[in-house]
Design a protein around this ligand. Structure first.
Ligand code: DP6
Length: 327
């Protein structure tokens, strides 16, 4: 092979049943099952060009050379693809997030899903959803879910099982729901997910309880979404969020991802629900933003209500979207 180029697009996702904790750090296998919805319009587009004349991998993220941990994780993914494809060519990678400015959603899931798909294609490997998802998972487990569209599950991993991949539970058009993101802060989160999980596992007295409780919550979320039962999904989703945060809060020192506006937005979601008109439920990740799940027909009203909460900077509307696309 001399040189070759491939481009892919992938979307962010939000977990309805949360992943927090690893069964195998080396292979990046989750300790618990997680279920997510892949989201439009939050996309990342990535081009990978394998070039004969490059001495080392190059990675431009939103037009700027990536360094440190970001570059290292990308090179590790490229190394796995090179080993599979039997090539030594270095890559020039350009990745762009088409996210609304400071959307409050992580771009690592869409980023690694797009990189995995584009790198495999550039290296001449055939498209294979399982292999792409397993490859993305090794860089960031939530990225395994962004390879698929609609409603997606990543099972818990068994130590040593390098092939673990996510699979689709239902396509994007299965259920007309929306996710309203209430953005409560600018800038990056204090402790990233990878470090936060390790810290929780090592120091939180609640870690084992969380790992034990998570599968039943994922079962509820799965059953609820297959039945399009928003109350069933929503209740289990809120418990999954609060249980993983409780586990992280109990670490030493505790991981506190909430800001005052996080709790205010969460309270607003429960207030709306208590009025009995709008079924709406909240979830949070390793950051201060609140993501509300509601029927698509209620999204505008939920967005208006959350925009009025003190400390909420803006809201953003997202809906179920497709999996990774080769362009
Ligand atoms: C709280 O997938 O970012 O968003 O595998 O270490 O890269 P790594 O972690 P990551 O963790 C996501 C954690 C979460 C919940 C979720 O998306 O399931």
């Amino acid at each position: 092979m001399t040189s070759s180029i491939a481009k892919a697009r992938a979307r962010a996702n939000i977990a309805l049943a949360k992943y927090w904790g690893k069964a195998d750090v080396e292979l990046n296998l989750p300790a618990v099952p997680s279920i997510s919805v892949t989201l439009d319009p939050l996309t990342t587009e990535t081009t990978v060009e394998l070039r004969a004349n490059l001495a080392q991998d190059e990675f431009l993220l939103n037009g700027t050379a990536a360094l440190g941990g970001e570059l290292k994780r990308a090179i590790e993914l490229l190394d796995r693809v090179r080993a599979l494809a039997g090539t030594k060519l270095k890559a020039h990678v350009e990745s762009r997030n088409h996210f609304p400015t400071a959307s409050g959603l992580a771009s690592s899931a869409s980023g690694f899903a797009a990189l995995a798909a584009a790198a495999r294609k550039a290296a001449g490997l055939p498209f294979d959803a399982d292999a792409t998802s397993a490859l993305a998972r090794q860089s960031s487990a939530s990225a395994a879910r962004s390879v698929l569209g609609g409603f997606v599950e990543l099972p818990a991993g068994k130590p040593g099982d390098a092939s673990l991949a996510a699979h689709q539970l239902a396509p994007a058009d299965h259920w007309s729901i929306a996710i309203v993101v209430a953005v409560t802060a600018e800038g990056r989160k204090s402790v990233g997910s990878t470090d936060g999980m390790t810290h929780t596992k090592v120091t939180s007295p609640y870690y084992e309880s969380w790992v034990k409780a998570a599968p039943a919550l994922a079962d509820e979320v799965r059953a609820g979404l297959l039945a399009r039962d928003i109350a069933r999904v929503g209740r289990a989703m809120e418990q999954s969020t609060l249980a993983f945060h409780a586990c992280a809060l109990a670490a030493d020192p505790g991981l506190l991802y909430f800001q005052p506006a996080t709790l205010a937005a969460f309270a607003k979601v429960r207030e709306l629900r208590a009025e009995g008109v709008t079924p709406v439920y909240a979830t949070m990740d390793a950051g201060p933003h609140v993501k509300a799940l509601c029927h698509a027909s209620d999204a505008a009203a939920v967005s208006r209500a959350l925009s009025g909460v003190p400390g909420v900077l803006r809201t953003l509307l997202a809906a179920p979207g497709h999996g990774v696309e080769l362009l």
